[in-house]
Structure formats: C-alpha cells, structure tokens
Design a protein around this ligand. Structure first.
Ligand code: FPP
Length: 234
C-alpha cells in the first residue's frame, strides 16, 4: 500500500525543529548488520524527514550528525559517517531553496571536505530555508568558542545573552521550538545547550532509521498539544 501523507498544518509557532538521530547502531544490530549499515539507513531517514519538514513549511531544521564525543568510536564507523556527509554534500547541490550551515569545528576534517562544506555554505547563504548540520559539534565547545570570539574582538565589558547568541554557530537561526530524540534516550547529550532553554522535547522509542513522515507528524502533533509560556503566565 502506498504511504498516504496525512495533512498536518504547521504555523509560525513551529519554525525550527531539531533532531537527535539516535539508534542507528541498534537498528543494525537487530538485523545482525554492521553499525555503518545503520548509519547508511539513518542517512536515508534524514533526507526523507528533511524533505517532509520542508513540505510542511518548517523554515529551519537542525540535525545532530556527529558530536565531538563521536571520535571515540571505531575508525571504520567514524569514516563511514564522514563518507555519508561527503556524499550528501554532492546531492545537496540539488536543493535549490535551502541554505546549508555546518555547526561545529570543521578544522579537524580533511581539507577537501572542509572546502566543500564552506563553499556549500557560501553558495546557499541567501536562501529562505535553513538546514543546520551539526558535525563535530558540542554544545559546551560552541559556548566556549562564542566567548573566545568575543574576547578576540576585544570585549572588555561584560557580555550579554544577545552577544553570546550572535556568536554561536547557530547565529542565523531562531532557537529550536521542538527537539526530537529517537531510540528511547531522554537526554540532551551536549546538543544545542544554549539554544534549547525554552525548547519543547519529544522523545520516542522509535529508532532513527525507522523514523519516517508518520513519526514526524506524531512529534508535531505532540508539540501542538503543549502550552508554552516561556516562564510567564498564560
Ligand atoms: C547515533 O546513533 C547516530 C550517529 C552518531 C550518527 C548519525 C548520522 C546519521 C543519521 C547519518 C549521517 C547523516 C549526515 C548528513 C552526515 P548510534 O549509532 O549512537 O545508535 P545506537 O545508540 O543504537 O548505537
């Protein structure tokens, strides 16, 4: 049976969704396959979910593709994730309406990959939708990086929240309205620590390679049932 997309209405209350794409390894293990097979399947889910977010009119999507802590994984697995990023950059050229932003420290990646990441960012910077790909990203490192930039610019007075926000990797994006984490884990794992101050969280047991349009709609429906008062009274 063909998957029939359920119509779901998204408005300006949900302009930014972020995803912690967890469970690729377990998905592969359940099938007695190597972990990199799970990441490959996870990359397919990533493209599907981003496509559906765009179709629904969500303006900013952020994905956690590789953390500063993920370097401790076996080299073969790390290489496979870098390879998925590299091949996605080739396909990304086709996305005419999307601005690509890489969150994290590119400097430890290969020269060629760094150049391709930077040129994709440059070439797409005037586009209306944003896809932030967190790669070699850590939330604490990002805040330290922002502080060091401010010091480097000669900040001699005390800094404001606005100053810090403007020096984060996400300076071009609003804070996430909704953060989705798959695979049954209920923690933030050093992701968007500053930006998630008032985000809604949605946790699901579904493993990331199984997270599809239907699961995305469930997360969005859950978001719209929440009452957000940002510390005030409504
Ligand atoms: C966490 O699951 C997932 C990752 C560390 C990698 C996420 C990468 C992708 C979804 C594909 C790459 C996409 C791009 C655009 C580069 P896990 O392996 O920790 O799962 P487990 O907890 O079940 O072991």
């Amino acid at each position: 049976m063909l998957f029939k997309k359920k119509e779901i209405h998204v408005d300006s209350r949900l302009s930014h969704i972020a995803f912690i794409m967890d469970g690729n390894g377990r998905w592969a293990k359940k099938r007695a396959m190597p972990r990199k097979f799970g990441h490959r399947q996870g990359a397919k889910s990533f493209e599907r979910v981003v496509c559906e977010c765009k179709r629904l009119g969500i303006k900013t999507v952020t994905v956690y593709a590789f953390s500063t802590e993920n370097w401790s994984r076996p080299k073969d697995e790390v290489d496979s994730i870098i390879e998925l990023l590299s091949s996605y950059i080739d396909r990304a050229q086709k996305e005419k309406d999307t601005r690509f932003v890489f969150l994290g420290d590119k400097s430890v990646l290969g020269d060629d990959l760094q150049k391709r990441m930077t040129s994709l960012e440059e070439e797409t910077k005037d586009r209306p939708l944003t896809l932030n790909i967190a790669f070699n990203y850590g939330g604490r490192a990002e805040i330290v990086h922002a502080c060091n930039e401010l010091i480097g610019q000669g900040a001699k007075r005390s800094v404001s929240e606005k100053d810090i926000s403007e020096h984060l990797y996400t300076s071009a994006s609003p804070d996430p309205d909704l953060i989705v984490r798959t695979a049954g884990e209920c923690r933030i794992s050093n992701f968007l620590l500053w930006q998630s101050a008032y985000s809604e969280f949605y946790f699901t047991d579904v493993l990331w390679p199984d997270f599809d349009e239907k699961e995305l709609h469930r997360a969005i429906e859950s978001f719209y049932k929440r009452k957000r008062n940002f510390g005030g009274v409504t």
